[in-house]
Design a protein around this ligand. Structure first.
Ligand code: FDA
Length: 306
C-alpha cells in the first residue's frame, strides 16, 4: 500500500486541475472568505467550533506577507460581525518568517492584538522542522508580552517535542505532516502514536490547555481516557479535526459533550495547497485515491461487493 500511495502522490501533478479540485473540494471551504464563513456557519449550526486557515503559497516579498496578514484581519472582522464561533490558524512562513523574523513578528503581533480586542484567539500552526525554534521563540515572546490569546502546535513525530512542552500554555498536539529525516523525527507509525500519548500525558500534567488534533481512533480513545481520569471540564481541552475528515465521528464527539473544532482552509491557492499536502503525505493521497475510486464505482457494484 505504501508504495502505491507514493506512486499516486508522484503522479498527482499529472492529474487535471478540475479533478484535483473535485477531489479536494471536501477538504477546502472554497476560494473566497465568504466560502469559509459559510462553512463555519454550517459547522456552528452543528455545534462545532472552527479555526480558519488562509491558504497561501510560498512568499518571496514582504508585501505578500502583508497581504496575507490583511486577509487574516478581514477574517477576524467578519467572524466578529457574523458572531461566529471560530478562531484563526496562521503559518509563520506566510507572515514572512523566512524573509525577516521581525517583520513576521510585527504581522503576528498585529493579528494577536486584533484578536484580543475582539475576544478571539490565534493558533500558530507548526511547519517543517527548520522553523520549529523560531516558531516557539515568537510564541514565547508574545506570551511574555502578556498575550494569553495565542497558542502553538507541537508535532508528536518530532523527537524534541517531549522536551519542548515545558512552560507552554496552549498547545494543539498533532502527529505532524511534513517529510522529516530520521535524525529529527520518528519514522514508524506506532512510535509516533506512542509519542503522541506520552506528549499528551505530559501536556495535561503540565496543566496546559490542549487541543487534541487527530482522526486516529486509538489516539482519540487515549485522549478521552486521560480527560476522564483527570476529570477535566468541557472548557479545559478540545478535540480538533480537519474539514471533510471523519465528520460522523466529530458529530458523535459533539453529542457526547466534547468541544470539537474543525480546521477550515480556504483561498485561491487551493490547487497548490492540495498538491503539496497530497505529496507531503502520500498516505493521504492513498485515502483520496480510495475515496475517488469509491465514488467512481457504480453503487450497485459497491453494495454487492463485486
Ligand atoms: P492518521 O494519518 O493515522 O489518520 C487516522 C485515520 O484518519 C486514517 O486511517 C483515516 O481514516 C483518517 N484520515 C486522516 N487524514 C485523512 C484525510 N486527509 N482524508 C481522509 N481520511 C483521513 N500538521 C502539522 O505538521 N502542523 C500543523 O500545524 C497541523 N495542524 C493540524 C490541525 C488539525 C486540526 C489537524 C486535525 C491536523 C493538523 N495537522 C498538522 C496534520 C497532522 O499532523 C496529521 O498529518 C493529520 O492529522 C493526520 O494524522 P492523524 O493523527 O489523523 O492520523
Amino acid at each position: 500500500m505504501a508504495l502505491l500511495d507514493k506512486a499516486i502522490a508522484r503522479a498527482l501533478p499529472a492529474v487535471p486541475r478540475p479533478v484535483v479540485r473535485r477531489i479536494s473540494a471536501r477538504y477546502i471551504a472554497g476560494p473566497a472568505l465568504d466560502d469559509a464563513l459559510r462553512t463555519v456557519r454550517a459547522l456552528n449550526a452543528a455545534a462545532k467550533l472552527a479555526t480558519v486557515d488562509v491558504l497561501g503559497e510560498e512568499i518571496t516579498r514582504g508585501r505578500e506577507a502583508l497581504a496575507i496578514c490583511r486577509e487574516y484581519h478581514d477574517v477576524l472582522a467578519r467572524i466578529d460581525e457574523g458572531r461566529l464561533d471560530s478562531n484563526i490558524s496562521v503559518k509563520l512562513t506566510a507572515l514572512g518568517l523566512e524573509l525577516d523574523p521581525s517583520l513576521c513578528y510585527e504581522n503576528l503581533e498585529s493579528l494577536v492584538r486584533d484578536a484580543r480586542e475582539r475576544g478571539n484567539f490565534v493558533r500558530i500552526d507548526m511547519e517543517d522542522s527548520s522553523t520549529t525554534d523560531e516558531t516557539l521563540r515568537l510564541y514565547r515572546k508574545l506570551r511574555g508580552e502578556g498575550y494569553d490569546n495565542v497558542g502553538i502546535v507541537l508535532q508528536a513525530y518530532l523527537r524534541r517535542t517531549i522536551e519542548d512542552i515545558l512552560g507552554l500554555h496552549n498547545v494543539r498536539l498533532c502527529k505532524g505532516i511534513y517529510n522529516e529525516p530520521a535524525e529529527v523525527a520518528y519514522q514508524e507509525y506506532d512510535t509516533v502514536r506512542a509519542n503522541f500519548v506520552r506528549c499528551l500525558e505530559r501536556l495535561f500534567d503540565e496543566g496546559a490547555y490542549v487541543a487534541v488534533a487527530t482522526h486516529d481512533e486509538e489516539l482519540i480513545g487515549s485522549a478521552l481516557r486521560m480527560i476522564r481520569e483527570r476529570n477535566l471540564g468541557r472548557d479545559e481541552y478540545e478535540l480538533q479535526m480537519l474539514l471533510g475528515v471523519r465528520e460522523d465521528r466529530a458529530d458523535q464527539l459533539v453529542r457526547e459533550g466534547h468541544r470539537v473544532r474543525i480546521y477550515v482552509p480556504y483561498g485561491i491557492h487551493w490547487y497548490e495547497y492540495s498538491l503539496r499536502r497530497l505529496q507531503e503525505n502520500p498516505k493521504i493521497a492513498g485515502y483520496i485515491a480510495a475515496d475517488t475510486v469509491g465514488r467512481m464505482l457504480p453503487r450497485r457494484l459497491l453494495r454487492t461487493g463485486v
